[in-house]
Design a protein around this ligand. Structure first.
Ligand SMILES: Cc1cc2nc3c(=O)[nH]c(=O)nc-3n(C[C@H](O)[C@H](O)[C@H](O)COP(=O)(O)O)c2cc1C
Length: 180
């Protein structure tokens, strides 16, 4: 299975990057890292679709069997960096594709608004967001070791298991609905 994880934090030292890197390493996923800051603000101008970085973004997502969207919760929504990246994408990349969503929050009972925002925007590109979803608070991370602590590791494992089942089902869904 070709699974792509998107690190949606604009911050190079962000916690969201820790979980995205963890998933990429642990589950052999390819990663799109928005903290590299190479994706320009979407303007809709034709020249933008000719940029290598945009072509690569579209191709990676389109070729993926499933996608994991990881975002920090910023002001009760997903990061601007991830929403901007999503604006370059659409149903060509996402239609019926299984998508898992993870929010990294500040620890004050936040995160759910980001998840709801991710679910709404994913619906907008016709993706199939799986039922399991995760909020990871600061206590879930070992920043020094740049990894997750054991309890959140189990949560991610359960989510990945569910995502893989949907990714397998997607093979048949794709044949029947996308390439009839
Ligand atoms: C601009 C900004 C807005 C934030 N808004 C929220 C919020 O609405 N809810 C919340 O739980 N945490 C909020 N936080 C805290 C972040 O979600 C938390 O620090 C998270 O780890 C950020 O992910 P990052 O480290 O990958 O950037 C905010 C942080 C910033 C910088």
């Amino acid at each position: 299975m070709n699974i792509t994880v998107i690190n949606g934090t604009p911050r190079k030292q962000g916690r969201t990057g820790i979980v995205a890197r963890y998933i990429a390493k642990q589950y052999g996923c390819s990663m799109i890292d928005l903290s590299e800051g190479t994706i320009p603000l979407y303007t809709g101008e034709r020249e933008q679709s000719e940029l290598k970085v945009i072509q690569s973004l579209k191709q990676k997502v389109q070729e993926a069997d499933a996608v994991i969207l990881c975002s920090p919760e910023y002001h009760s929504g997903m990061s601007g960096a991830l929403k901007n990246a999503m604006d370059y994408l659409g149903s060509d990349q996402f239609a019926h594709k299984p998508v898992a969503i993870i929010a990294c929050a500040g620890g004050g009972k936040g995160g759910i608004n980001c998840l709801t925002n991710l679910r709404t925007v994913s619906r907008g590109v016709y993706a199939n967001v799986i039922p399991k979803q995760l909020v990871l608070d600061p206590h879930c991370f070992d920043r020094e070791k740049d990894t997750l602590l054991p309890d959140p590791e189990v949560l991610v494992k359960d989510m990945m298991k569910e995502l893989m089942v949907y990714a397998e089902a997607h093979v048949s869904i794709r044949e029947k609905l996308i390439q009839p």
